[in-house]
Design a protein around this ligand. Structure first.
Ligand SMILES: [Ca+2]
Ligand SMILES: [Ca+2]
Length: 225
């Protein structure tokens, strides 16, 4: 009986060790704690439909896991844009941590396809990208494309992390992703460790008007070793 017990204990220990040593085991992961702004209540229902529009999801987002050491790496980092002089706000407000829906938290870029770009100042393994266009009321922004690259001009080594431009009207390729209605939770992308120094965000107006808006973008990652 004693021997049997020992054999059993040994077998269980072996299993346990094997489980912990397996690559990608949960012990190497931890939950990213995203800070969400207050939701906006009110406004008018949206008068827009598209077969590519995602149904609104009012549930809390499930825990998002990423490898240990993954932190917010974009806060306070330099922002550049296709629009040199925003009509509202300043580009640095896109990484200042303020995600409020109020107009004085908003950066407004002109009409048509425009982009903003965050410089992480070094290459990172990027595990999550989270961004808020403008969440006062219900709107859908068009041609949302998110790309990562080590080239500040985005001419070489470009990884597309999101693209919902299904008719390629912005000319960066046909997207496969969904359109969605803005809310205080922002749009979260699981970017699976894509390696890059720069992240660029495109949009092309919204259901509200032709202009482009951002209250905040976040990049979560860790330095490339
Ligand atoms: Ca902000
Ligand atoms: Ca389009």
């Amino acid at each position: 009986m004693k021997t049997f017990c020992w054999t059993l204990t040994l077998a269980m220990m072996t299993l346990l060790v094997a489980a912990f040593a397996a690559p990608g085991y949960a012990q190497d992961q931890e939950e990213l704690k995203f800070e969400l702004p207050e939701p906006f209540f009110g406004g008018t229902p949206i008068d827009y439909w598209s077969e590519n529009l995602e149904k609104e999801d009012f549930k809390d987002r499930p825990a998002f896991m990423a490898p240990k050491g993954t932190v917010l790496v974009s806060k306070g980092k330099p922002v550049t844009s296709s629009e040199k002089n925003p009509a509202l706000g300043e580009l640095k407000m896109i990484t200042d941590g303020d995600k409020n829906y109020a107009k004085n938290s908003l950066v407004e870029l002109g009409p048509g396809t425009q982009w903003v770009q965050v410089d992480l100042e070094a290459a990172h393994e990027i595990y999550a990208v989270l961004f808020w266009h403008f969440h006062e009321g219900k709107r859908v922004y068009f041609d949302i494309i998110v790309q990562a690259s080590d080239d500040p001009e985005f001419k070489t080594g470009v990884t597309t992390l999101y693209n919902n431009d299904i008719d390629n009207s912005s000319g960066l390729g046909v997207g496969q992703d969904k359109e969605y209605i803005e809310n205080n939770k922002g749009r979260l992308l699981d970017t699976k460790g894509a390696k890059a120094r720069y992240v660029r965000f495109y949009s092309n107006g919204s259901t509200a008007d032709e202009n482009n808006h951002y209250v905040e973008v976040e990049v979560w990652g860790r330095p490339v070793k």
